[in-house]
Design a protein around this ligand. Structure first.
Ligand SMILES: *Cc1c(COP(=O)(O)O)cnc(C)c1O
Length: 430
């Protein structure tokens, strides 16, 4: 006889969802396919905890994939949202909230001289690509293997065989035409960027990069990598675009650009900027941003862009950021990273923990991870076993080896200690 499932209600919910939603979810990683499980269905989040329909409670390290730097449902945010909602949920006309949030963003990230709000990170990156092409009158963009910039056609591209190959679509439905304008380079490898520029001299509009990679698992930039990109872009007349959808307000209040002291031409934001509501933004050099309609000819619009509830959540979230918060998150992240590494070593499991402040990924491999190819050396089945063992012990890590763990202001030393107790046991089930 099969053992009784721990998740009977979630399984029922998932079966019902799968009859009407493709794959049972609205975004693929949520389906737990990469960890050989069925997704838990959530009823509520509170602080550092998530509760599912079966009555289990988890210490949450997904935190909605990054936005919830202040934890689930912080009181001040809930109050601000209720008050804003009582005044109307959308106007399709400007409010002062947009100016206030844009000013705060520009104060934290001075490279953002002008800001345009959109509703997702995907929209931010897609719009920045159009703008960069218009500003340079060039058509090609460079991205890095393993970096994610949302699901616009131009970014759903991976190398078939190395940096010199033309982009090959990662998804059916992306045309060869869209893919051929996307060139690939290797993260942390300036030589691969030089090669691409040599081959496509004068044709490259922009280099898009996650200044701290978060979508192949966490991979920080090597010393000099971002500075090197800045120099290459300046020399070649291409724009440097930082996709700080994860790292913005996460690496520090000023994003990775402040931490590493490199000023991009354009920046894409998302996740934390919406405080858990759907917000994205792109912005940067005034001369470039002034090409965006209606200031200029580059068309981009949105019915719900600058939505008052979303702006309220963003403002509240950015107002709570402080140096003290980042010090605390950094210390917690370091403890969690060191503890996971210890737990693996004691259990004889090969593990590389890669961390940056409140972001981390335990890579199940014996090789250092510096780019997408080394990340692919991971034993994803081992990660799946670890994930399931953690879930059974009341800890919810990301349901994929290649996603970041996120800490929040609601996480405490006690949560981390409990997580490490669970991890010490779980490592024996890997
Ligand atoms: C999540 C993410 C995106 C896409 O944002 P969505 O809001 O999911 O569209 C883009 N870039 C990076 C770096 C991300 O992590």
């Amino acid at each position: 006889m099969l053992p009784r499932s721990r998740y009977p209600r979630s399984e029922k919910c998932f079966a019902a969802a799968s009859r009407i939603l493709p794959g049972g979810v609205d975004s693929p990683v949520r389906a737990f396919k990469a960890v050989g499980a069925t997704p838990i269905f959530v009823v509520r989040g509170r602080g550092a905890y998530l509760e599912d329909v079966d009555g289990h409670r988890y210490i949450d390290y997904v935190m909605s994939w990054g936005p919830l730097i202040h934890g689930h449902a912080p009181g001040g945010l809930v109050k601000a949202l209720a008050s804003a909602a009582s005044q109307g949920t959308s106007f399709g006309a400007p409010t002062e909230l947009e100016t206030r949030l844009a000013r705060r963003v520009a104060m934290l990230m001075p490279s953002m001289e002008r800001v345009r709000f959109v509703s997702s990170g995907t929209e931010a990156a897609m719009s920045a690509a159009r703008l960069a092409r218009a500003a340079t009158r060039r058509e090609k963009i460079v991205k890095f293997e393993g970096c994610y910039h949302g699901h616009a056609d131009a970014f759903l591209v991976q190398a078939g065989s190395g940096a010199m190959t033309l982009g090959v679509p990662t998804s059916p439905g992306v045309t060869a035409g869209a893919a051929q304008d996307t060139l690939l380079a290797r993260y942390n490898d300036l030589g691969s960027v030089e090669d691409v520029f040599r081959q496509y001299s004068g044709e490259i509009a922009a280099v898009f990069v996650e200044p701290i990679a978060g979508n192949m698992g966490v991979v920080p930039p090597r010393e000099g990598f971002l500075q090197g990109l800045r120099e290459i872009c300046d020399r070649e007349g291409a724009l440097l675009v930082f996709d700080e959808v994860i790292s913005g307000f996460r690496a520090g209040a000023g994003g990775a650009q402040r931490v590493f002291g490199v000023r991009p031409d354009l920046t894409c934001l998302g996740k934390i900027i919406g405080g858990g509501l759907p917000v994205g933004a792109y912005g940067g050099r005034r001369d470039v941003m002034d090409l965006v309609a209606p200031a200029g000819p580059v068309y981009q619009a949105g019915t719900l862009s600058g939505n008052p509830l979303a702006m309220t959540a963003g403002l509240w979230s950015l107002e709570q950021l402080s140096p003290k918060l980042y010090r605390r998150l950094g210390a917690l992240g370091a403890r969690l990273a060191a503890g996971l590494a210890d737990a693996a070593r004691d259990a004889g499991v090969a593990l590389q923990v890669s961390a940056f402040g409140s972001l981390l990924t335990p890579f199940f491999t014996s090789q250092p991870v510096r780019d997408f190819r080394s990340a692919l050396s991971c034993d994803t089945d081992a990660y799946g076993r670890f994930f399931r063992a953690m879930l059974a012990r009341g800890v919810y890590p990301p349901p994929s080896q290649f996603e970041a763990w996120f800490l929040s202001a609601a996480h405490t030393d006690r949560h981390v200690a409990r997580t490490l107790e669970a991890a010490r046991e779980a490592m024996h089930e890997v």
